[in-house]
Design a protein around this ligand. Structure first.
Ligand code: COA
Length: 165
């Protein structure tokens, strides 16, 4: 399905967005603390919203958190580089299977940086369709996670540290 006129936009940090988030299943601490910070006026100057979404009319139907992590913390890619962390991707149930999820992932890919996500197991197939692959498991790095990665041309997965004998 083609979603020509659909636009992914950066969400404003305000109470309307917080209300919109309540419709999403994975509504939780991260959003709440972000809004508490705002309320307490201790948001740092550079705290741009990490959330992006798609509106259908006035309804927020898809959202994700997307932010850049510095190369200093890169244990996934070779050569080490800045990469994007994508999480909390969710499309409201009534709007699934219409291409909104793909639209969100394509938006992230356009930056041409490698992307890491940590999907719920039941969405692995979606991520594979989006060109993501399961990162080779590294117990120390991935404990409790199920990292999936996408790499633009020229980027490879970081070599794993040798196993200790
Ligand atoms: N399992 C397997 N394939 C899936 C899938 C799933 N759960 N969800 C979508 N797909 C496929 C679609 O059939 C489509 O395939 P096609 O290109 O061959 O037609 C392709 O993936 C793109 O689908 P799209 O319509 O863009 O996906 P969506 O808008 O329904 O969004 C999710 C997909 C996973 C984001 C959505 O189902 C969702 O919000 N799920 C609950 C939360 C979740 O699991 N989030 C994942 C991050 S933790």
């Amino acid at each position: 399905m083609h979603l020509k006129n659909v636009k992914v936009e950066r969400l404003l940090i305000n109470y309307k967005t917080l209300e919109d988030f309540k419709q999403f299943q994975a509504y939780g601490n991260q959003e709440i603390s972000m809004f508490e910070d705002l309320q307490n006026e201790i948001v740092e100057n550079d705290s741009e919203s990490p959330f992006y979404g798609i509106y259908f009319g006035n309804t927020l139907v898809a959202r994700m958190s997307l932010y850049k992590r510095s190369k200093k913390y890169d244990h996934y890619f070779n050569p080490p580089q800045d990469y994007l962390v994508l999480w909390k991707l969710e499309v409201l149930p009534d709007y699934r299977n219409r291409g909104y999820g793909k639209k969100m992932v394509d938006f992230a890919k356009q930056y041409q940086l490698p992307i890491k996500t940590n999907p719920f197991n039941e969405s692995n197939e979606f991520w594979e369709k989006m060109g993501f692959e399961a990162a080779s498991y590294n117990l120390e790095r991935d404990f409790g996670e199920n990292p999936h990665i996408w790499m633009p041309d020229g980027v490879r997965e970081a070599l794993q540290p040798p196993e200790s004998i």
